[in-house]
Design a protein around this ligand. Structure first.
Ligand SMILES: Nc1ncnc2c1ncn2[C@@H]1O[C@H](COP(=O)(O)OP(=O)(O)OP(=O)(O)O)[C@@H](O)[C@H]1O
Length: 245
């Protein structure tokens, strides 16, 4: 393994019945990357993310997080990953703080003696300390997403995986999410994989892109490389070209 690879997807496939959802996909993400994960509706992004986070098993191939195989050593591999994949995971009639305390109780990386301090720390990181005692049902969508990131931070992750985190957010919410990702990446060195259809938004925060179509990897590289390949037409047109060719 390359020492700095935080996520390695190695020849991963997945079928549902006769249908191939993911077809021999390989890519890796290095420590410190913010990687945009893009592809049209139905390309297989969520299916791949569900395999990365141990929710479903690959039909073939393997996935390693921080060098640990998710299939063989699931708990160890997943202990350093935070994710928002399937929302909502929160109880609406409980406060944000109590929801996090509950989730911290289940987390192998959060010792009981540190639980309360850890929850206060992650609430503070995402700017929810003051609203922590309010019920989640009173939160805006942007606040719920930030609570989701607080949850993802509980186990002090090296990698955070976000599946379409900007969905439904207003421009303010999108900006707050962007700033939070940038801050966590720059100040805490957390690596990110972010799936989204908002190419302009991703271009502002991503150092790298992985592009899939119909379950297959079609392109991967740095943001700069994508800009160079796309040339004057820009990445959006280039993306559409790749998807229709
Ligand atoms: N369990 C399943 N059985 C059959 N088909 C499935 C199953 N899970 C997903 N699919 C199909 O697999 C394809 C890939 O779905 P997936 O949700 O991974 O795509 P996606 O890239 O995340 O799309 P979107 O951008 O719309 O979220 C879709 O056509 C979906 O309908």
């Amino acid at each position: 393994m390359n020492e700095t690879n935080v996520l390695e997807v190695l020849n991963v496939s997945k079928k549902a019945g006769a249908r191939t959802l993911v077809d021999h996909v390989s890519f890796s993400i290095q420590a410190g990357d913010v990687c945009g994960f893009v592809g049209p509706n139905g390309a297989g992004k969520t299916t791949l993310i569900r395999m990365m986070t141990g929710l479903i098993k690959p039909g073939g191939g393997s996935i390693r997080i921080d060098g640990t195989d998710v299939g063989r050593e699931r708990v160890k591999a997943l202990s350093r990953v935070g994710a928002i994949v399937e929302s909502p995971i929160f109880f609406p009639y409980m406060s944000g703080r109590d929801n996090l305390l509950n989730l911290a109780r289940l987390h192998p990386n959060v010792p009981g003696t540190e639980r309360k301090a850890r929850v206060e720390e992650v609430l503070s990181i995402v700017g929810l300390s003051e609203r922590g005692s309010d019920k989640v049902k009173t939160y805006s969508l942007g606040m719920k997403q930030r609570l989701g990131i607080a949850q993802a931070l509980l186990g002090d992750p090296r990698l955070i995986i976000l599946d379409e985190p900007a969905n439904g957010l207003d421009p303010m919410g999108i900006r707050e999410l962007r700033q939070l990702i940038q801050r966590l990446n720059q100040e805490r060195g957390i690596t990110f994989l972010v799936s989204s259809h908002l190419l302009d938004e991703l271009q502002r925060i991503c150092s790298r892109f992985v592009i899939i179509k119909e379950g297959k990897l079609v392109w991967e590289g740095t943001s700069r490389e994508w800009q160079e390949v796309a040339g004057a037409k820009g990445i959006e047109d280039h993306f559409v070209e790749m998807m229709t060719s």
